[in-house]
Every structure is written in C-alpha cells, then in structure tokens.
Design a protein around this ligand. Structure first.
Ligand code: DX5
Ligand code: ZN
Length: 222
C-alpha cells in the first residue's frame, strides 16, 4: 500500500453544512473537536449550481480560529478571486483545473502571495489532466462527488484517482498533499485513507455527528 504523507490524515470540516447564521460557533466547534483545518467552500452559481460566500467571511472568521483555512473555489475565473481570499487570511487556496485555462500561472501567483496553492478535479476529469501541473501544486483536491452540494454519496470510482496521485507523488517525489472531498463519513473514511488521502474534508457528516470529537478521531482512524 502506498503511504499517505502523514500517518493519520487531517480532518477538514466544511462550513458548507454549518448553520449560516452561526459561522463563528461552527469554527469554534471544529477546533473543539480536534480538527486542524477548516474547509471553506466558495461557490459562484455558475461553475456549480449553488452560491455561498466571499472573502469577507474568511476575513471575519480569521481572528476567531488558529486552524488552517482551506479555501475551495468552485468558481469560474478563479484568477479574479484568489487574491482577495489570500488577503482575507486563507492558508490554502484551491481552484478547479476545469475553471480556467492558465492553471500554472495561478498556482504560481498563489505561491507568490506566501500561500499554499491547490488544484482540484471534478469526478469526470482524469488525473492525467493535471500531469504537467503536479510539480507546482501544494495540494491536490480530489472531488468524490459532483461539486455544488453537501450530503451526496461518494462515487467509488474516484478512489482510484487518490491511488494514482499517491503513486505519482512517490515515483516523482512531488510535494503535494492529497485532499478528498465529498461523501466522507464514518463508513467511507477508511477507503479514502487506504487509498492514500492526507486530508479528509467532511461537511454534513461532521455537523450531524452527535459527538464531534469522537467523529474526528474515527475519521483519522484512531
Ligand atoms: C461539495 C463541497 C464539499 C462539501 C462536502 O461541493 O466541495 O466540501 O461540503 O460535503 P459532504 O461532506 O456533505 O459531502
Ligand atoms: Zn469543498
């Protein structure tokens, strides 16, 4: 089995499934549960059929939490949005390879702001579409549902992409972490971990969990 970079994955609860009138308490609950990352899903109503929030939310939450802020842009023209999220205090800024032409340029720009640069794929895009970009990515986000909504079921065929990315990283000594997003819960987490994921994003399952600290430990495989 190809190993993930870290022994136990980090958990990145997505505030997409939080009560939108209480973001600050959602972020506090994430920290209290032992999750080190907060996943922030930005949707533009065009790339995906849903709308969420902009950089002001990230800026307002930033002083409330020491967590790693993991911004996932599901938006066309991410090159016009990324800098505002960098200024707002994002740590990782991930955009979709399907959403623009000049992905390499944007990865480089994100790094030039002192941020970690991530690239993501929807389920229908193969890993091979990223081949030339992998040396320049700090994070690769594998979507395991069609993005746009929380609460969908993981598409099992996407697990192979995690394995491919882990294999390529090992063979070519790349430095990205592999993050997985969509349909992650207590039943699917082990499959994703075994495939080689370093970061597990969980939205609806985290916010539904009666004991969030236990949920986070289960997801980590502890
Ligand atoms: C989906 C988002 C996800 C979402 C995951 O478009 O990118 O981050 O919050 O939600 P669950 O864990 O409910 O599938
Ligand atoms: Zn996401």
């Amino acid at each position: 089995m190809i190993k993930a970079i870290m022994n136990h994955p980090r958990i990145a609860p997505s505030v997409l499934s939080a009560d939108f009138s209480h973001f600050a308490s959602a972020v506090a609950a994430i920290g209290a549960a032992g999750a080190e990352w907060v996943h922030l899903d930005v949707m533009d109503g065009k790339f995906v059929p849903n709308l969420t929030f902009g950089p002001k939310l990230v800026a307002d939450l930033r002083p409330q939490s020491p967590a790693v802020f993991d911004v996932h842009l599901m938006a066309y023209e991410p090159e016009n949005l990324a800098e505002a999220f960098a200024k707002a205090g994002a740590d990782y800024i991930t955009f979709h390879a399907e959403a623009l032409v000049h992905s390499h340029r944007l990865l480089m720009r994100i790094r030039s702001w002192g941020k970690k640069a991530g690239i993501s794929l929807v389920p229908s895009t193969p890993v091979s579409a990223l081949e030339e970009l992998l040396p320049f990515a700090d994070l690769v986000l594998v979507m395991t549902v069609d993005p746009g909504f929380g609460g969908q079921e993981l598409i099992p065929g996407c697990l192979e992409k995690i394995q491919k990315l882990a294999r390529l990283r090992e063979e070519r000594r790349y430095g990205y972490v592999i993050s997985v997003d969509g349909g992650i819960n207590e039943s699917t987490a082990a499959l994703v971990r075994e495939a080689g994921a370093d970061i597990l994003v969980a939205g609806s399952a985290f916010f539904k969990a009666p004991d969030k600290a236990v949920f986070v430990r289960h997801l980590k495989g502890l």
